[in-house]
Design a protein around this ligand. Structure first.
Ligand SMILES: Cc1ncc(COP(=O)(O)O)c(C=O)c1O
Length: 379
């Protein structure tokens, strides 16, 4: 038994030291590898954000504005909501943690889907609560089943829309029906980290993606998560935000770590919001390339789930861990989904046209010599 087992809190004990002693791993070699494993933006930050960061560099000796006042005001205007309904955090995962610390405790639970965002269990368990993961229906959140598994001790439901790692989306009508039935003691977290990509896909497919801000205006017991990590290309800066009821955000704000959003991140986010052209290029490339990659992968005999995000989920019909290691040898990093209970699936970020060609070459590579069963492709 270790020296600290009896000292750490019960939630910490239950989460365990998965990595003890705390091993220092070699950093991923960013230059050599085409990084398609973390749903990052292959085009990087907007040039306006880079300029804003350069201008802000000289003030790095000062602590940042803890309330992110200017960014908050700008986001409030951008979304047509009062500033009290905006809370800027260290990435949207920062907001997730705050919500869990504020709403959960031992004896309480949160509900989400199986095969969803890996941070939900971490944030829930760190608060000492339980997470119920409801089976999916056709690779999608099954909102009816989620509704059925809510009980008197449920405080949060997480809906990742689109979902990571499947890339699937639930349409606005389904969300509306769901919200109308969720009991009052539950806060629904509408996690829209891939909002810009999903909105663009939905417009191409003539679908209704999200009316989440309308629900907030109507007083719904919901928090919408957005981030600058994806379409805006600022993942390394850690800036995201929650939109929700002012009182609840006020409680969450009390739980923040002081100065958790750096001044460079605040400056970059403000500028990134102004660069609609950059976002447009990013989402257009993503839609065209997702289609191209999906088709090519299907031609190789793989099954690809239709995505509404900036990555593809692909059933490779073999041990995905082995395949991912082989691809890494060839300089391409993708995510095998064994941890999500899908040991034959990988998740690959949609890259630039050049990166995608290299990824496809690696997929064709030496493995092409083995005959591969043809599967009926999904759309
Ligand atoms: C569903 C979902 N939500 C939130 C995030 C969080 O991103 P960040 O903390 O960088 O804002 C991600 C990132 O991969 C995600 O997939």
């Amino acid at each position: 038994m270790s020296r600290f087992f009896d000292l750490v809190s019960k939630p910490a004990r239950e989460m365990g030291t998965t990595n003890f002693p705390f091993v220092v791993r070699q950093p991923v070699e960013h230059r050599a590898v085409i990084k398609l494993d973390s749903n990052e933006n292959p085009f990087g930050p907007s040039p306006l954000a880079l300029d804003a960061m350069r201008s802000a560099l000289a003030s790095s000796s000062l602590y940042p504005d803890d309330d992110c006042t200017q960014l908050r005001l700008k986001l409030a205007e951008h979304h047509g909501l009062p500033p009290e309904q905006v809370l800027v955090t260290a990435g949207s995962t920062g907001m997730l943690s705050l919500l869990c610390q504020t709403l959960l405790a031992p004896g309480l639970n949160a509900v989400t889907s199986e095969r969803s965002f890996i941070v939900y269990p971490m944030a829930v368990h760190a608060a000492g609560a339980r997470l119920r993961e409801v089976p999916m229906r056709d690779d999608c959140f099954d909102l009816r089943a989620i509704l059925a598994s809510i009980d008197a001790n449920t405080r949060i439901v997480f809906v990742a829309n689109p979902n990571n790692p499947t890339g699937t989306m639930v349409e606005a009508e389904q969300v509306e029906q769901f919200l109308a039935r969720v009991p009052q003691h539950v806060v629904v977290v509408l996690d829209e980290a891939y909002y810009e990509f999903a909105l663009y896909f939905a417009s191409l497919r003539r679908m209704n993606y999200s009316r989440s801000l309308d629900y907030l205006r109507q007083g719904a017991s919901a928090v919408v998560l957005r981030t600058f990590s994806k379409a805006h290309g600022l993942a390394g800066l850690r800036v995201g935000y929650g939109l929700g009821p002012a009182e609840l955000l006020g409680y969450c704000a009390r739980m923040r770590n002081t100065y958790s959003v750096p001044s460079l991140a605040q400056a970059a986010a403000m500028a990134a919001l102004d660069d609609a052209g950059h976002i447009r290029r990013v989402v257009e490339n993503n839609a065209v390339q997702a289609r191209f990659l999906g088709r090519e992968l299907e031609l190789l005999g793989y099954r690809v789930t239709q995505t509404s995000a900036n990555f593809l989920c692909c059933d490779v019909n073999e041990d995905a861990e082995v395949l991912a290691n082989e691809l890494r040898e060839q300089g391409v990093a993708v995510r095998p989904l064994g941890h999500w209970g899908a040991p034959n699936c990988i998740r690959a970020t949609v890259g630039t046209p050049e990166q995608n060609q290299i990824f496809l070459e690696a997929m064709r590579g030496p493995r092409n010599s083995q005959p591969r069963p043809r599967l009926v492709g999904s759309d």
